[in-house]
Design a protein around this ligand. Structure first.
Ligand SMILES: [Zn+2]
Ligand SMILES: [Zn+2]
Length: 259
């Protein structure tokens, strides 16, 4: 039995489809619960490529309903069905998102009654810690990523997008999720050993660097990356903040972070 928790980056791309990066997602792996965070287009192939068994996943957390974060979910359920999964699967997302996904599965003929396993829709509330068998926990926070749709009459309940704190006995990660602006980082109090995992599509690298300097962060992982080639991002970091490359890792699919 090991107490270590690993974060495996199953995808590090943005909303743009790429042959070298799957859409942004990661697996939090412990010896008694494995949680997949996000399941965009191609998630099943991303898992296959890394040799991650579909049935090793105990739960899926969907941060928000942009296609690069959820649209592979029905197909993942189909893979689980075809591999005769028996173990229940937990789905964590907002109530409104859960209802939409329920409808999506039904309309995709993945009828609950025909699945060989139970799919449990779990409650997610902002600021409310979710414990995963004492191995790690997640505390989701709502961010402003989807606020731009409000002016089109989209209801508040349909604008849920989450950042989260991932806590383990050995360390803590703040995961930005997709953000609206740099203000979405401000509620989190970075500790001395906090690790930051942040997207880099909706927030500039300059803003991330400022955050690193202000909070004296020692370890930062960049994901949700626009381009296949990490070198433009790396050269930008080294020109703005040469010391930054000792602290910042530009993630690639398959990268593993051990906590
Ligand atoms: Zn995204
Ligand atoms: Zn998004």
């Amino acid at each position: 039995m090991s107490d270590s928790v690993k974060i495996i980056f199953t995808g590090t791309g943005s909303g743009r489809s790429s042959l070298n990066r799957f859409h942004s997602s990661f697996l939090i792996r412990s010896d008694s619960y494995n949680l997949l965070v996000d399941a965009g287009d191609g998630i099943s192939r991303a898992l296959l490529r890394l040799g991650i068994d579909f049935n090793e996943i105990d739960g899926v957390f969907i941060t928000h309903l942009h296609p690069d974060h959820y649209s592979g979910f029905p197909s993942l359920i189909l893979q689980m069905k075809m591999s005769s999964r028996r173990m229940p699967l937990e789905l964590y997302t907002s109530k409104g998102n859960g209802n939409f996904i329920k409808e999506l599965l039904n309309r995709s003929y993945l009828l609950e009654k025909r699945l060989p396993f139970q799919l449990n829709f779990m409650k997610v509330e902002k600021g409310s810690r979710i414990d995963f068998r004492g191995k790690f926990s997640i505390t989701p926070y709502e961010n402003s990523h989807l606020e731009k749709y409000r002016e089109y009459g989209v209801k508040s309940s349909e604008l849920k997008s989450y950042s989260m704190i991932i806590a383990t006995p050995r360390g803590e990660v703040f995961y930005s999720g997709d953000v609206g602006s740099v203000n979405d980082f401000s509620f989190y109090k970075f500790g001395e050993n906090s690790i930051l995992v942040t997207e880099t599509t909706h927030v500039s690298i300059e803003a991330v660097i400022e955050l690193i300097q202000q909070n004296d962060l020692k370890k930062v992982i960049l994901t949700h990356i626009e381009s296949d080639d990490p070198s433009p991002l790396i050269s930008k970091i080294s020109s703005v903040y040469p010391d930054g490359l000792n602290k910042i890792t530009v993630a690639h699919d398959g990268l593993m972070l051990t906590l």
